[in-house]
Write a protein that binds this ligand. Structure first.
Ligand code: ADP
Ligand code: MG
Length: 388
């Protein structure tokens, strides 16, 4: 083993198992610095050669190195961020890089800033039942990670199966309207697969940047699956981009009920996990942690499918939506087009506000868009409604 020649095999294996094997360190950080000549990502901007050198020898308790967390930025020229934590400790061990990327991505979040505590209280929402003439469906989703287990980029097969077991054990205990069934991808019957596709529930093998570094797609479809309740309005994806994605969705305009079920389901999953000594990754400063620093805090995206026949024709439609702190997506999700003027409108931020605040922001924005739509239908001015 080059670079380890003075070490006995026993000693080497001991170090190797504890993640301390630093074989690559025989090369200098200068020689190992990535070629970012064609890249635009945030990691390129923040990871100066000086910072690379400073963080070069650090290793997390799970053996995650700097090169591991930045691999996406190197392999994928079009990445926006390019940073993926390998484990919870990555956020701390490489804090200089993570903190400065988080600061840029979340529009200012200094090392002394704190994300607010979780708030899943749907009863405090105001005007949460939206006009169904315009709103077709509501959805609230987030990502969650199991403390003590590595993220997809650093997980091994056994550990990924453990993630699956922790999550599905907890889900199997849900009762009442939340009781449901788990469908592992690897043993899915053609009938179940057909049904899940028809329901738009089935997730695809990740492509694009998620292929890189053999992260999310390694060993596909081992330990991946979908769980949903009987009413098909509470849904969990297991081991896709995150340990799990928790989704509450329903037809019509009742965002309050959608968020109520989301919060209740999440709390019950957590309580079931706790009985077995497990918990989600969360810390006081950053909130909930996921592999990608863009999804920390609440990780929450609250969206409605809303038909905006008139507002969407305004020349500054996208600017209006963005000025409300919202992001417009197409009918089939990110990077798709609207069909029949039905847009997916959701909060663009994930950090610095509680879950309830984000949902309230979306409700307020949707009610405002509905008011604009009604006025335009009647040929009235909307000038006073346009955000400054
Ligand atoms: P996310 O990353 O939050 O999961 P995507 O933009 O990737 O969101 O979309 C995932 C899927 O969820 C798409 O099929 C999209 O049409 C669906 N979806 C998102 N919001 C809604 C909504 N409010 N009602 C119905 N379907 C939705
Ligand atoms: Mg998506």
């Amino acid at each position: 083993m080059a670079g380890e020649t003075n070490m006995s095999h026993k000693e080497f294996m001991k170090n190797y198992r504890s993640g301390q094997s630093k074989n690559y360190l025989k090369y200098s950080p200068k020689d190992n610095y990535p070629d970012y000549s064609k890249h635009k990502c945030m990691v390129k901007r923040h990871l100066t050669p000086e910072m690379y050198e400073k963080l070069y020898t650090r290793v997390t308790p799970n053996g995650v190195t700097l090169d591991k967390v930045i691999q996406n930025s190197v392999c994928c020229q079009n990445q926006i961020i390019g940073l993926l934590a390998g484990d919870e400790e990555s956020y701390e061990v490489f804090h200089e890089l993570f903190n400065s990327v988080i600061d840029e991505k979340h529009g200012g979040f200094g090392v002394n800033d704190k994300h607010p505590p979780p708030d899943l209280d749907a009863s405090k929402l105001v005007n949460g039942k939206l006009d169904e003439k315009y709103v077709r469906s509501c959805r609230v989703r987030t990502g969650r990670s199991v403390r003590g287990l590595c993220f997809p980029s650093a997980v091994c097969r056994a550990e990924r199966r453990e993630v699956e077991k922790v999550i599905t054990d907890a889900l199997s205990e849900l009762s009442g309207d939340l009781a449901g069934k788990y469908y592992p991808l690897s043993t899915m019957s053609p009938e179940d697969e057909k049904q899940l596709i028809e329901d738009h529930f089935l997730f695809q093998k990740p492509t694009g940047h998620l292929m890189v570094n053999s992260t999310s797609v390694r060993d596909w479809p081992d330990a991946r699956g979908i769980w949903h309740n009987k009413d098909k309005n509470f849904l969990i994806w297991v081991n896709e981009e995150d340990h799990c994605r928790v989704i509450s969705m329903q037809k019509g305009g009742d965002m309050q009920a959608t968020f109520e079920r989301f919060g209740r389901g999440l709390q019950q999953i957590e309580a079931c996990m706790k009985k077995k000594g497990r918990e989600f990754m969360w810390n006081e400063r950053l909130g909930y942690l996921c592999a990608c620093p863009s999804n920390i805090g609440t990780g929450l995206r609250c969206s409605a499918h809303i038909q905006l026949k008139n507002v969407s024709k305004l020349p500054n439609y996208e600017d209006i939506v963005k000025a409300m702190g919202m992001q417009p997506r197409g009918t089939a999700g990110e990077h798709t087009e609207a069909v029949d003027s039905v847009y997916d409108i959701s909060n663009s931020a994930r950090l610095k506000k509680s879950e309830r605040q984000f949902v309230q922001d979306v409700i307020d924005a949707l009610n405002k868009l509905i008011e604009m739509e009604k006025r335009l239908e009647e040929g009235k001015s909307i000038d006073d409604l346009i955000p400054k």
